[in-house]
Design a protein around this ligand. Sequence first.
Ligand code: UGA
Length: 441
Amino acid sequence: MDVAVIGTGHVGLVTCVALTHLGHNVAGTDSDGEKITLVQRGGSPFHEPGLDDLLSQRVATGSLVFHREIADVVPGSEMVFICVGTPPRADGDASLLSVERSAREIARHATGSVVVVEKSTVPVGTAARLRTILLQERPDLDFEVVSNPEFLREGSALRDTLEPDRILVGAETTRGFDAMRRLYEPLTRRGIPLIETDLMTAELAKHACNAFLALKISFANAMARICDRAGADVVRVADIMGADPRIGRAFLDAGLGYGGFCFPKDLAAFERLVERLGAELPLLREIARINEEAVQSAAQNVKEALWNLEDKRIALLGLAFKPDTDDVRFAPALALARLLVAQGAHVLGYDPKAAANAKAELPELEVSVDPYDAAAGANCVVLCTEWQEFRALDLERLKNIMAYPLVIDGRNFFDPQIMRKLGFTYYPTGRPPVVPHRAAT
Ligand code: UGA
């Protein structure tokens, strides 16, 4: 099929590459001209495992092309995906300005009846508005609006798109469903379920999924606070809960909490939506509050351990909001850094991919070239993002170069027994600490 994709951010670019991988011809566009120049050469504007290779291959074969203008990608396309950003407004609501503009441009440049696919995460009712706009602009054309929310995670976005647990399609007519069935036939042929539902249900289900995943994380973090007081071990609690298939172990890892450009903003937007619908779900606010508390609690641990933070060097290992990405938007590591900097600490950070983005976001942060560079002379190391490469850390060396061997583990990454053996003062999250000496300054 001939497909156009508007917006080449994380979701859009992965969609472009994945659809060409499934055998379709894709033309992508973005309002950021520099980004288009880069992707036209086959380069990815962000780090996502496997994306660079597949992107450059597809661009080289010509099945994936990029243009600066929507006017250059819409004519002749049977299907147009809207993958533009829906950033949060000051009140937490999602800004749908780019979505609306995209719809108007699609209508202006469509040469025939087009299936418009809403891929960006949007509040329920957005598809209905899109249809109104398309018809206002071009009453002569027969548009179909389809909701096809994505469930990809940064860091495993290609795998999540090419081997999804399920594909969700919300539509209103057979034509819309048929187009989506044809598009995803290479996946459904392999047994991947395609769930068909109405537009409103598809839109709402996406918010429900993200809210529930965030709820699991916040539940684990609330348990961590209680385990800290009770002297219990939150990792074992999560294992025991997760052994029940009705609960499941995934997303019960306590730590610094969730970040990224999805959960925080989607939860806030969902809260606004619920309000607009005249309903109530105070649970959403509580999930966000517990998430903020996770970072505050880590900052408190640092302060408890180091007493006065002025003149103290604190090294953060991992700055991205999760491993395998260079994305630092709403990253818990940066939220923690801000709290520590505000109290006068000298904060250094190392990240395998996200250091430059972190520095741009928080200029007070000193970025280091490797974990040892960050830890040299540090009064405390905080593990913020569980990058696999930290598994290979020489902990003995780390201990010897620190001013004081104090580690705060914001992801329960290290083995407390090993930390004890090496002589660290070690504070995991929601697990009994390892404290060889009473005072640690
Ligand atoms: C999330 C969802 O997982 C995707 O299904 C969804 O498509 C995407 O949002 C979206 O709406 O676009 P993503 O934000 O990329 O994906 O990453 P996750 O793997 O979900 O991690 C989110 C945050 O939760 C990270 O900061 C991670 O460190 C944190 N997390 C995750 C925990 O603190 N504990 C856990 O047990 C799991």
